[in-house]
Design a protein around this ligand. Sequence first.
Ligand SMILES: *Cc1c(COP(=O)(O)O)cnc(C)c1O
Length: 391
Amino acid sequence: MIFQRLADQLAEIERRGLRRRRVARESPQGSRIVVNGREYLAFCSNDYLGLANHPRIVEAAIDAALRHGVGEGASHLLSGHSVVHERLEAKLSKFVEMPRALLFSSGYQANIGAITALAGPEDAIFSDALNHASLIDGVRLSRARVVRYPHVDLEFLERALADSRARTRLVVTDGVFSMDGDIAPLPVMLDLCDRHDAWLLVDDAHGFGVIGPEGRGSPAYFGLRSPRIVYVGTLGKAAGVAGAFVAGASEVVETVLQRARAYIYTTASPALLAAAVEASLQLIQEEEWRRERVRQLIGELKQALRGTDVVLALSYTPIQPVIIGGNGEAVSASAALRERGILVPAIRPPTVPEGTARLRISLSAAHSEQDVARLAAALREVCPSNAAAHA
Ligand SMILES: *Cc1c(COP(=O)(O)O)cnc(C)c1O
């Protein structure tokens, strides 16, 4: 019986065009990746700055492995915390211009940890409808009352904040929305949080390293500094390594350290990764050309598709979605690109709202102008016209 139930559920996933399949990559991450012995031009990673296989970062990891070993053997609060973690936390907090930072093994854990540490059953959380799944799960685990506001509907948010009598109010948002590429209107949101005494948690998985001066992220992009901001940066995307951190006021970070079960009850991530992130952080700061290249490629892609039947969503970040609508059509377009040697993932519900299946193009500093021209030409061949949807 229980086996039949799983089989039925899986058949239903297949029938609805929602079955997901993994492909095993044979090469490092980069603008060209090898799958089943074939090389593809890839627009399917979050390695926005092309750092995932950078020799200086690889070397830093190797060197740290030789000096510190590969495993930490315990959680941070027991004996797993090393001087390498400590030093990276100091550098990250300085980089994002916040008093303190705390490392996590992943962004998923950092979001769950920060949210559950800051809000509990007597509190209220205000969450954008397009927030990342890890924020949604953190909100659920916190057992706080949740107000889910329509995507960047700040009037709705303001009313909800004004109506709330909760002990603590916490607004949570992606800094750069992961499937649309738009940037949250943080200045107005911070102003609302000031007026209604709320925390503003910004999940900057796609902003850290990518936007703002020297890649300092979305609050810096707007020139914002406030003790109300709880910043979550992730280190597996633009930084090209793995992990995440929560930064903010000292009391906030100390609270997360003391209370977050996702921090306390897990083994510290290897110091060799922290050393790799340290090397990456230096490249993020020093090599402005990487962000400049990405900006230029965004312009090239928009230019190449202007006036065609393939309409990009409005985004100024390396995430450039082509909203197609139906699951089947999005999957077919992705498959047709793959036949042409180009990888662009089809993103379907529940990752995006029903009826908004899309191709999610991610540009990287590792791409060239020719790569983008080739992508644009292929998109024009394989995409059903989505112009009507944007008219
Ligand atoms: C990828 C992502 C995360 C999770 O980060 P990981 O380090 O991959 O666990 C969190 N939030 C957003 C918006 C993301 O895109």
